[in-house]
Every structure is written in C-alpha cells, then in structure tokens.
Design a protein around this ligand. Structure first.
Ligand code: SF4
Length: 325
C-alpha cells in the first residue's frame, strides 16, 4: 500500500528531512530520573487507590475493581496477559537483534470496531497473573536480551504493572519501558508514570470526536488523546535513538491511515507538528484491513488506496513532521 517510488517512502523522507539533533535537546523535556524501588512501590499504592471506584482511565467507570467488579475494559484487579516474548514485528528502532520484549495485556479501554486483536482486547482471552508472576515475566524478557520491555495495551492494568516493575527492579530489571497504548489515557495516571516509562508509543487514531465515538465507542478521544500526547512529550521529549539505532527515550506516535479519511490524518498530523513537536517520531501506518466488526460501517469496508496514503504523507510534510519509522 505504501507508494513504491523512493522519493515518497517514509524512510527516504526520513533520511532527507531528519534535521533532528539530540545534542539540541539539552533544555527539552524528558530529563526526569528513573523511579527507584521505594518510589515504584509508593506509585503502585497510589494507582491501586484509583481502582475503587475505578478512574484509572478516562472512561471513569466508577466500578469497584478491588472487590471484583468489572468495567468497560473487562479486567479485574489482577494482571491478565495473552502472551509474551521477543517480537520482531515492531518498529525497527524497537527491535534490535533480539526483538522487542512484548507483553500483550488482555482487555482494552477502547472498543474499536476494526480491532485486529479483538479476541484478546474485547474477548479478554489470557491468563491471570499476580504482580510477582508478572515481575517474573519482565525478568525473563530481560534474560532473553530483548531491547526493551514493550507493554502492549497496558492502560487499564497500570496498577499491577507498576507493582510488578517494583519487584522486578528490586531483582535487577533495568530495560527501557515502552508504553504501547491506544492514546486514551488520563493525565492523573500518566503523571504517576513520570520517571517510570522511557518510551511512550501512543496511537493517535482520530481527528474528530464524533468519528471516535462511532468507531471506538468513546465520546472525547480527540481531546483526551491530545492532552495525553502533550503530557507524554513533557515527560520524555522527542525520541532519542542511540548509536546502535535503538530508541532509548521519547515519544513515538502511531497513526493508522483509515479509508475515506476516517482517521482524520490531516488534523492529527497538524496537531502533532504544531502542538507537540515537528521532531515527533511518527509511524504512519498503511496496513488497515477490514476485520472484526468493520463490516458494520460501510466506509470501513476496504483497505486504503495508494492515493490515500500519499495524501497522509503530504499532510505530514505540510505539518513539518520529518522523522518517520
Ligand atoms: S480502567 Fe477499566 S474499569 Fe477503570 S475506568 Fe478504565 S475502562 Fe473503566
């Protein structure tokens, strides 16, 4: 789907337009030191307090998860994961030689009609783990020499993730932590992650709230995800990549181009360039396929065209974006 001509490929655009110089970031956001074990334990306690009534994410369901009530995300107080291990399908800057150490969390705080992993996200397939067992998963990923710990769809399980990080850190865990989320994050929860997450990798899915309501079931996605992206950038700054080509710290934004302009690519990219930073590292994704319940919306019923993707690339360039995955 990506245009075949060399001049229009994101990688060649990146080479031509990447004016980013990490030496110029001395006064930029992202200088916080990592939280140590005691601080992680304290943060885990603060996050647990957000579960009853649950306001861990912007859905604010208000259910008492500590007593077993279940909100929109479908998950109780324990961790539930579908699978974990080295993964080579992520962005090049995350995988290195040994892969990105992904942990796929079950459940989700969004309800996207076109979800590719719906049996995990909506069906909540997976196994329940204690914080000690989850910490063991993190340590095994480090033992596998993965480039990072890549937490996929973590938002609604933040409390147990941080508790597990405290245990793992006490036992020598020190990989960069990647927060691989849908972008629907509360500022209160994000602030508690300051000094814990090294690389934020949010989706920015939409440019209009009414489309988000129709396709992902939340009424305020654009406002919430934009505030979240600004907070993420405040914490960790633009993505910094080391001499081995691996991401170390910063924000990497994913935007999936949807057919018929449903993803609002122009609005999303304009916002990123103007209100986050033109140095934002962006993965402009072309792989949309109509899956799950996408057939219920006529405009979602086909892959994108080459022209739709080229149009999104032009929008990125017009917004001053110049760093592409
Ligand atoms: S984390 Fe789950 S239960 Fe809590 S507010 Fe979000 S969707 Fe609701």
């Amino acid at each position: 789907m990506r245009p075949a001509t060399e001049d229009n490929s994101p990688r060649s655009r990146s080479a031509r337009f990447d004016r980013y110089n990490p030496m110029n970031t001395m006064n930029e956001p992202g200088s916080a030191t990592k939280k140590q074990v005691r601080e992680l334990e304290e943060t885990a306690r603060e996050l647990h307090a957000l579960l009853s009534p649950c306001r861990l994410c912007p859905n604010g369901c208000g259910v008492d998860r500590l007593s077993g009530e279940i909100g929109r995300c479908g998950i109780g107080p324990s961790a539930r994961i579908a699978n974990h291990g080295p993964h080579f399908g992520e962005e090049t800057v995350l995988i290195g030689d040994r892969g990105s150490g992904t942990v796929f969390f079950s459940g989700c705080n969004l309800a996207c009609l076109y979800c590719q992993n719906w049996t995990i996200s909506h069906g909540c397939e997976g196994a329940d783990l204690t914080d000690v067992e989850l910490a063991d998963v993190f340590l095994r990923i480090q033992k596998s020499d993965c480039a990072n710990l890549n937490l996929v769809t973590p938002t609604h399980q933040t409390h147990v993730i941080v508790a597990a990080l405290a245990i793992a850190t006490a036992n020598g865990f020190d990989l960069p932590v990647v927060w691989n989320c849908g972008g629907y994050e509360s500022i209160e929860t994000l602030r508690l992650l300051d000094g814990i997450v090294d690389i934020y990798m949010p989706d920015l899915k939409y440019g209009a709230n009414d489309v988000a309501q129709r396709l992902s079931g939340v009424p305020d996605y654009v406002d919430v995800s934009r505030r979240a992206a600004v907070e993420m950038h405040r914490q960790v700054g633009a993505l910094r990549i080391d001499g081995d080509g691996l991401a170390r710290r910063g924000v990497l934004v994913r935007h999936l181009v949807l057919p018929n302009g449903l993803g609002g690519s122009h609005e999303v990219l304009r916002f990123l360039g103007a209100s986050v930073s033109p140095d934002t590292y962006v993965n402009l994704m072309d792989q949309y396929r109509p899956r799950h319940r996408a057939g219920s919306v006529a405009e979602l019923g086909r892959p994108i065209t080459a022209e739709e993707y080229a149009d999104a690339l032009r929008a990125a360039e017009d917004a001053g974006i110049h760093r592409f995955a």
